[in-house]
Design a protein around this ligand. Structure first.
Ligand code: CP
Ligand code: NVA
Length: 308
């Protein structure tokens, strides 16, 4: 069963194949209206369930549009409207949904929910974000980097800010795609050591540098994300803002990276908190390409999961 649960759990050759397939599909439908069907309709007759236990704009819309472009059908389900939110087990939900649909995409809190869904479903399951990881996002980010700069292998990526779920998937991608990653942020918000060790075990350089100006020196890509994630307690907001302010990505910080370094943010952003509008809307920013590429990258992931 081809579940897409995390980047480090997916074979590097398969990941590479998905990036190529995404770029190919994007090129093939360039200039067409968004709703136009792809010529080959690889998901014809397929039904896909998209379950959201947290809010979403990009993941929801890009999966929905992508499935439809490939000739499939979708249903978007909110966790709270399902029996799942009222005591039915994940295992039973997985077994029931597997009788109706051909694939399940789920955005949830605890990654144990995702694991249980995958264990008991008899159809592929895709991770649409958990508290710990966000693999679909980083597939789109790798695609975006390579569209602009060529192979990411051996390049220097700098993550500035909170060592959160998106950062974790970047660390997984560093190991699988072979790029170096420097994390810069306060010690209390470091990425989990397990993710750092795993990436290092694959032979890439993972550096922790507390000084953001030093960290970005020579960077090919600077990335940040919201300072307070959906799973973080709102009560921690002020403390996090105080700790993370020195890691805001502004033009001064970008000025210390390579002159043509890209800037990425998975969005949604809190403008002028984690990154200034000047950077977000500046010449190095590719944030809307990233958002668009969610569509193409996920279409490739869906095809890999379904073997079509
Ligand atoms: N980047 C991302 O996953 O955005 P949404 O929360 O809007 O899906
Ligand atoms: N780190 C953010 C990513 C949102 C797409 C969150 O989990 O809220």
């Amino acid at each position: 069963m081809n579940h897409f649960l995390d980047i480090h759990k997916t074979d590097p050759a398969a990941l590479r194949g998905m990036i190529s397939s995404a770029i190919q599909m994007k090129t093939r439908r360039a200039g067409q209206p968004r709703g136009a069907p792809d010529a080959d309709l690889p998901l014809k007759d397929r039904m896909v369930a998209l379950i959201f236990e947290k809010p979403s704009t990009r993941t929801r819309v890009s999966f929905d549009v992508g499935v439809r472009q490939m000739g499939g059908q979708t249903m978007v389900l909110s966790g709270t409207d399902m029996q799942l939110g009222h005591g039915e087990t994940i295992a039973d939900t997985a077994r029931v949904l597997s009788r109706y649909v051909d694939l399940i995409m789920i955005r949830t809190f605890d990654e144990a929910v995702l694991a249980e869904m995958a264990e008991f479903a008899s159809v592929p399951v895709i991770n649409g974000l958990t508290d710990r990881t966000h693999p679909c996002q980083i597939m789109a980010d790798v695609m975006t980097f390579e569209e602009h700069k060529g192979p990411i292998k051996g390049k220097k990526v700098v993550w500035s800010g909170d060592g959160n779920n998106v950062c974790a998937s970047f660390l997984h991608a560093a190991g699988q795609f072979g790029f170096d990653l420097t994390f810069t942020g306060p010690p209390t918000l470091d990425p989990e050591q397990e993710f750092v060790d795993l990436a290092r075990s694959k032979g890439v350089n993972i550096t922790i540098e507390r000084d953001p100006m030093k960290a970005v020196a020579g960077a090919d890509l600077v990335v940040t994300d919201t300072w307070v994630s959906m799973h973080d307690a709102q009560s921690a907001r002020e403390r996090r803002h105080n700790q993370l302010r020195p890691y805001r990505v502004d033009t001064r910080l970008m000025g210390n990276a390579k002159p043509d370094a890209l800037f990425m943010h998975c969005l949604p952003a809190h403008r002028d908190d984690e990154a200034t509008s000047e950077v977000m809307d500046g010449p190095n920013s590719v944030i809307f390409d990233e958002a668009e590429n969610r569509l193409h990258a996920q279409k490739a992931i869906l095809r890999w999961c379904l073997g079509v």
